[in-house]
Write a protein that binds this ligand. Structure first.
Ligand SMILES: O=C(O)[C@H](O)[C@@H](O)[C@H](O)[C@H](O)COP(=O)(O)O
Length: 261
C-alpha cells in the first residue's frame, strides 16, 4: 500500500490530459501484456472527460487491445439512460464510441429508468454484486483488481460522489452506495466507497484549474478523509496526483519534482 502520493504537475490542463492519456495507454498495454487484460475505473467530470478525449486523439490508442479491457465507473449521476449528464454518456461521446470495446466489459452504473427504477440504493447494491461477480479469489474486498482507478477532485475535495461529511464517505463495509442530497447536481448518485477505491492498484487523482488549488492543498496536507474525501483516496501500489500548475499553485514547491512543471 502506498498512501504517500506522488505528484506530477503539468503546465496546463491540455498537457495534463495528454500526458495522463499517454500514461494510461502505457499502463493498460503493460497490464494486457502481463495478464491478458486490464481493468480501469473511469471518473466523471471535465478532467476525466478531457483525458478520454485526449486518449481518443492519441495515435498510440491503437496499441491498446480494446476488446480486452474492463471499464467500470467510480460514480454516476442517477439519471435516465442516455441522459447527457450521465458520466457514461459523456464518456461514450469522448472516447468509448470510437474504440472497439467488448460491450460485455463496459460496466456502466445503473440508470434511474433501469431494472431498479428510481431506487438508487437497490441500484447501488446491484452494482456491488456486479463487482463481486467479477472479483477473483485473490482480489481484495469484493471488487476485482483495478489496474487504474481515476478520480476527478472537486473544489470541496470530493472524489467520485463522496462528499465531505455525507454518509457515503463514512461507509466502511459496502463497496457501492446510493447518495442522496449531493451538493453537486444531480443530488442522487451512485458511488464507489473508499474501501472499494483503495482496492485499486493505482489511484490517479486529476485536478486542473485554480478552483482546485485549495482542495489539493487541503487534501495533501494531512486532512481527514471525512472532511476531505480526496485525502482518503489511495491505491495499494501507487497514488498519483496529476495536476496542472494552477491546481498546484497552493502546494509547497518541495512536494513535486522540479522537472515536472
Ligand atoms: O460525477 C461527477 O461529477 C464526478 O465524478 C465528480 O466526482 C467529478 O469528477 C469532480 O466533481 C471533478 O469534476 P471536474 O473535473 O469537472 O472538476
Amino acid at each position: 500500500m502506498s498512501r504517500a502520493p506522488q505528484l506530477v504537475v503539468h503546465r496546463d490542463k491540455e498537457l495534463m490530459a495528454q500526458a495522463a492519456a499517454a500514461r494510461l495507454i502505457t499502463r493498460v498495454v503493460d497490464a494486457q501484456a502481463s495478464r491478458g487484460s486490464a481493468s480501469v475505473v473511469l471518473t466523471g467530470g471535465r478532467n476525466g472527460n478531457g483525458l478520454l478525449a485526449a486518449l481518443a486523439a492519441a495515435p498510440a490508442r491503437d496499441a491498446v487491445d480494446w476488446g480486452r479491457i474492463d471499464l467500470w465507473w467510480g460514480d454516476e449521476r442517477f439519471l435516465p439512460d442516455g441522459d447527457p449528464e450521465r458520466n457514461v454518456t459523456q464518456a461514450r461521446a469522448a472516447l468509448l464510441d470510437a474504440v472497439p470495446l467488448d460491450p460485455e466489459r463496459v460496466h456502466a452504473m445503473p440508470a434511474s429508468d433501469g431494472p431498479h427504477g428510481t431506487d438508487v440504493d437497490t441500484a447501488a447494491a446491484a452494482y456491488a454484486e456486479e463487482l463481486a461477480r467479477a472479483a477473483g479469489p485473490t482480489d481484495h474486498g469484493g471488487v476485482p483488481e483495478f489496474d487504474v482507478l481515476m478520480l476527478g477532485v472537486g473544489p470541496d475535495t470530493h472524489v467520485a460522489s463522496l462528499f465531505p461529511e455525507l454518509p457515503a464517505v463514512r461507509e466502511t463495509e459496502r463497496t457501492v452506495v446510493g447518495v442522496h442530497g449531493a451538493p453537486k447536481p444531480p443530488p442522487t448518485r451512485v458511488t464507489l466507497t473508499l474501501p472499494a477505491i483503495r482496492a485499486a492498484r493505482e489511484v490517479w487523482l486529476l485536478a486542473a484549474g485554480e478552483d482546485k488549488a485549495e482542495a489539493a492543498a487541503i487534501a495533501l496536507s494531512g486532512a481527514g478523509e471525512i472532511q476531505a474525501p480526496a485525502a482518503g483516496a489511495y491505491g495499494r501500489a501507487r497514488t498519483l496526483w496529476l495536476l496542472d500548475s494552477a491546481a498546484a499553485s497552493q502546494l509547497p514547491r518541495s512536494m513535486y519534482p522540479p522537472a515536472s512543471a
